[in-house]
Ligand binder design. Structure first.
Ligand code: M6R
Length: 609
């Protein structure tokens, strides 16, 4: 997730306005930024790694001439955060400049093709193919609008782009597919942006572009065409009355809710990551004799889930370990035949880094999954996957947890294929199953949201909760409990359901809320989970449960408050079934009057030991 902005003014300079707009989009990404303007037939570009204010101090971004320009604030997916990878990107002669939010899936083949035709590339980004494709169109006699249309038709994946060119210095052409893009209609000029907050202080009149739409902006007009049909589209104008803060949260009350809702989109982005990295990770894991998954908090829960998934899908033992315990617990067995796969949203968690640095000193192969490209974990890993979930601002991890689960599951499938446990067809089937995750999560949100709001109101004053699950849903229970605990301050516990009768059951008294994650009836753990529910129910517990539709009939007599979810493919279960528990935690926190985005005593990235 990056932020893009473009403006074409009737008078004055574009650059200061672009810089201020990028600042308002910084919540979408902040590892590098840049601006391009056109003046006197010449393109001016300033860009660098870092946050906008830092770059502005170094380069004076305001000091760029021209009434027209585009800008970008980046959340790296392809290519580490650096000056050369920062947007805008240009064609061979810097006559075209492009800013982009999204992921171009076929950039590798396009890049090869363009290089064969003599194009020179300066960055490692997927974006850079776009200006070169436009350059070819312009060379072949197309105008800028036509060249952009021709270029975007060749792109697979997601994009919101804004393009300027010295060939037609009086317009911005922007286009979108799957990444957001809005056009702002002002008194003093026209604007385009990833998101409304960018131009909120300037104008509240806007038009939302849909997939495959291309907008051509001049200083006092805009036109929208469909890139596939090339027909003009008449768009409905809207008036936004959001406050700047509400706009940043996409109209949601909190970032946490926005991020829960963003999960279908974020998962699509994780699915877009090239198989190349997953294959490399799988190869490294197979080569090792001992394999540890090391992480903290939510990321650790993703590792717990992965240990079940690796065992079932890839017949591989991977040991999930809480990072702060790794050295004490396994330090003496780490050597050059060990692989340590560290999972960290931020890539900067001190406990995780201490563990991997120790393992590296002892010769282990360090692998990583992180959401932050260029983080310390990326630098220390021999291979890593950047999960591309986009910036997560709420302290409670939500979309990055489901992204981690997806990435880990994909690695397990790749291991299974490499070990010969499945053939090409088998791999394709499993990957197809996994690719249903975004849509299944969307359905779960749609089906459960209102019901969970009611349950949160009903239960928010309880003093404690217990979360129980079996198999992979031990991890779902642990994560559901952490979500509730950290943002509502309700002391809660999570147990493997089978273990609950070895101690926890003593706590249960009438009215004690126990949350179960119930698998479908054909799951090998179903009968045992049902027995555990009956044990709790017979002691008077209030049973709340995530229940797939197919199990409802069998459990309805024992569950007080079912949260019914659709049946989903097996591999998608841990990803889909945590979502109602994220929502439950969120709404309980709100019902208690807390701010779920800023839980007390917690930081988004814990950089102390
Ligand atoms: O950035 P990391 O994934 O390494 O962070 C690990 C934990 O600090 C993090 O998951 C924490 O537990 C979250 N607040 C959970 O919502």
């Amino acid at each position: 997730m990056c932020g893009i902005f473009g403006c074409i003014l009737k008078k004055g300079r574009a650059a200061p306005l672009i810089r201020e707009a990028l600042k308002r989009l910084e919540y979408r990404g902040y590892d590098s930024a840049g601006i391009a303007t056109i003046h006197g037939g010449k393109l001016y570009v300033k860009k660098d790694a870092g946050k906008i204010d830092e770059i502005h101090r170094r380069l004076d971004l305001d000091d760029m001439p021209g009434r027209i320009g585009i800008g970008h604030t980046r959340w790296a997916t392809h290519g580490a955060p650096s000056q050369e990878n920062a947007h805008p990107h240009g064609d061979c002669k810097w006559e075209v400049a492009v800013v982009h939010n999204g992921i171009i899936e076929n950039f590798d083949e396009l890049k090869k093709e363009l290089m064969e035709r003599g194009h020179e590339f300066k960055s490692k980004t997927d974006t850079e193919v776009i200006p070169h494709l436009i350059e070819e169109g312009l060379k072949n006699g197309l105008n800028l609008e036509e060249a952009v249309i021709e270029a975007v038709r060749r792109l697979e994946g997601s994009f919101a782009i804004a393009v300027i060119s010295t060939k037609e210095p009086d317009k911005i052409v922007c286009a979108r597919k799957e990444s957001p893009l809005v056009v702002g209609i002002g008194e003093d000029g026209m604007y385009c942006a990833s998101d409304v907050p960018a131009f909120l202080p300037i104008t509240r009149r806007m038009v939302v572009l849909d997939d495959w739409e291309v907008a051509v902006l001049t200083e006092d007009s805009y036109k929208v065409v469909n890139a596939l049909t090339e027909e003009e589209v008449i768009k409905e104008e809207r008036h936004v009355d959001w406050s700047p803060e509400l706009a940043m949260k996409g109209g949601y009350d909190h970032f946490m809710l926005k991020e829960i809702m963003e999960q279908p989109e974020a998962l699509k982005n994780t699915l877009r990551i090239s198989d190349f990295y997953y294959d490399l990770l799988a190869a490294s894991l197979i080569k090792a004799e001992r394999r540890f998954l090391v992480a903290c908090g939510t990321s650790y829960h993703a590792c717990v889930a992965a240990s079940y998934i690796f065992s079932k899908v890839a017949k591989m033992h991977v040991e999930p370990v809480i990072a702060s315990e790794f050295v004490q617990r396994y330090g003496e067995v780490v050597d050059e035949r060990t692989a340590v796969l560290a999972v960290s949203q931020s890539g900067e968690t001190a406990d995780t880094l201490v563990a991997v640095r120790y393992a590296k000193r002892k010769g282990a192969d360090i692998l990583g999954i992180t959401n932050v490209m260029g983080s310390s974990l990326c630098r220390i890993s021999s291979v890593y996957v950047g999960q591309s979930s986009g910036p997560e601002i709420g302290v409670a991890a939500t979309k990055t947890y489901t992204g981690q689960l997806l990435a880990l599951t994909k690695i397990a499938i790749k291991v299974a294929r490499r070990k010969g446990l499945i053939d090409e067809k088998g791999e394709k089937e499993l990957l197809e199953e996994l690719s249903k995750a975004p849509e299944e999560v969307r359905k779960v949100i749609e089906k459960t949201k209102e019901r969970i709001k009611e349950l949160a109101v009903k239960y928010h004053n309880r003093k404690s909760f217990c979360f129980l699950g079996r198999g992979v849903h031990v991890a779902t229970a642990m994560e559901g409990r952490l979500k509730l605990l950290e943002i509502s301050y309700i002391p809660s516990i999570a147990y493997p359901a089978g273990e609950s009768k070895h101690g926890f059951i003593a706590v249960v008294e009438p009215g004690y809320p126990v949350v179960f994650i119930i698998p479908p009836p054909d799951d090998e753990t179903f009968d045992d989970v049902l027995s555990n529910i009956i044990e709790m129910k017979s002691r008077g517990a209030d049973i709340i449960a995530v229940v797939p539709e197919s199990a409802l009939e069998k459990v309805k007599d024992f569950v007080d408050d079912p949260i019914v979810v659709p049946d989903v493919p097996k591999l998608v279960e841990p990803i889909a079934f945590i979502v109602p528990l994220q929502l439950f935690a969120y709404y309980v926190s709100v019902a208690k009057g807390y701010d779920p985005d800023k839980p007390r005593n917690l930081a988004k990235s814990v950089t102390v030991k």
